[in-house]
Design a protein around this ligand. Structure first.
Ligand SMILES: NC(=O)c1ccc[n+]([C@@H]2O[C@H](COP(=O)([O-])OP(=O)(O)OC[C@H]3O[C@@H](n4cnc5c(N)ncnc54)[C@H](OP(=O)(O)O)[C@@H]3O)[C@@H](O)[C@H]2O)c1
Length: 364
């Protein structure tokens, strides 16, 4: 799902849009989409009681899994809104239904990168004139801090900045979400590029493995995002998601994993120079991803600055913890085949909280 739209019931003078089907009702909280993050945004929006609209792109055609997911959203109370990025008026009509628009269009080269398509959405929001907040597809490193980024990975930040400029030139109220590293992408493979499952034997550390980065559970990213949509404190600001307990070095993550499996991994390390040399010969999409790893894991680009007056920190604004688990445990979500055995083998010594978290994850 590329677009999640929400109608804010708290907005004075605007009511809910009824409980009918696609496109019914007037006004709404937000518009989001399916997709890796998008589906979590829909879930969070519904969980927080928002009247939620999801773009149903005609291009999906007979992609049965997407259609079934959209129908699943509808069953849970979301409205499906027909529309297409190739049909300006359909986008205008869609955003007129809502107060908040959240875009989660793809922006990871190894999957798909369509960030600039959002310029069409900006045009539609501008023409519609009713949207109180737009959250573009960001959810990573703050692109405004990445003017120095390396080629070819800088394309991600450059494109996101193009979209920001269009939003601001159009005078559209916004919140930019800097979500740092998705836990599923990074923690599962113990921060090693190209891996999303952990080894029980060995790990390659970035240099000494002590550079701090920020790893956030994707469901928490979705919850913080939805929390922010009608908060005056986040209006025209960047929302940085950096809860203190989520700031971890690669070494700390590996140590946590070692404690969980009750075994020390064999550790080697890759220097900055070796890492940069390894980029050569990789395809374009891989190079884009690897340069992002470089900035995060060698340079420390997520933690080497203080949040200034253009930003706010999510866990300070919303101190409630959405997932009670330490970050490392969120990676267990993608270890589903490993977790049951872990659960048995670790039951006697890991804290009850962690056990509870694992049980929650198994249910998810
Ligand atoms: N910080 C991190 O670690 C991290 C990791 C991953 C992603 N991100 C960021 O999170 C955001 C969302 O990424 P994601 O991985 O969740 O995206 P995704 O699952 O790859 O794709 C999201 C949606 O984009 C839509 N889409 C793709 N091609 C399209 C097209 N040609 N026209 C219209 N819609 C199209 C699809 O919507 P339909 O369902 O309608 O087809 C798809 O479901 C991006 O900004 C990305 O950079 C950050």
């Amino acid at each position: 799902m590329v677009l999640l739209m929400i109608r804010l019931s708290s907005v004075a003078g605007e009511g809910g849009g009824g409980d009918g089907g696609a496109g019914d009702g007037e006004g709404g909280e937000g518009e989001a989409n399916s997709g890796y993050l998008g589906k979590r945004l829909v879930k969070a929006s519904l969980a927080l009681g928002h009247e939620t609209y999801v773009l149903n792109r005609e291009e999906i055609g007979v992609d049965i899994e997407k259609v079934q997911m959209l129908l699943g959203f509808k069953e849970q109370g979301a409205h499906l809104v027909p529309g297409s990025f190739n049909d300006h008026q359909s986008l205008v009509k869609a955003v007129k239904l809502v107060d908040v628009v959240i875009c989660a269009i793809s922006g990871v080269h190894i999957r798909s990168h369509q960030i600039l398509l959002q310029l069409k959405l900006v045009d539609a929001i501008k023409e519609a004139g009713n949207v109180k907040r737009f959250l573009p597809s960001e959810f990573g490193t703050d692109p405004a801090r990445m003017g120095h980024a390396m080629e070819p990975g800088r394309v991600t930040f450059d494109d996101k900045m193009v979209v920001r400029r269009a939003i601001e030139e159009a005078g559209i109220p916004f919140t930019y979400v800097s979500a740092n590293c998705f836990a599923g992408y990074f923690l599962g493979g113990l921060c090693q590029p190209g891996r999303i499952l952990p080894s029980k034997d060995s790990v390659v550390l970035f240099s000494d493995g002590n550079t701090k980065a920020i790893y956030v559970d994707e469901d928490d990213i979705a919850m913080y995002t939805i929390k922010s949509i009608d908060d005056p404190r986040t209006l025209n600001k960047t929302l940085y998601i950096r809860p203190p307990q989520n700031i971890l070095s690669q070494r700390e993550i590996v140590e946590t994993w070692e404690k969980l499996i009750g075994k020390e991994l064999h550790k080697s390390s890759i220097s900055e120079e070796q890492f940069l040399a390894s980029l050569k010969g990789q395809n374009y999409a891989e190079q884009v991803g690897l340069t992002h790893y470089y900035h995060v894991c060698f340079e420390g680009c997520l933690t080497n600055f203080k949040i200034g007056n253009k930003g706010v920190e999510a866990s300070e604004l919303y101190p409630e913890k959405f997932n009670i688990l330490p970050s490392i445990i969120t990676c267990a979500a993608i270890y589903k085949m490993i977790v049951p055995s872990l659960l048995m083998s670790c039951f006697s010594f890991i804290p009850k909280l962690i056990i509870k978290g694992m049980i929650n994850l198994r249910k998810a």
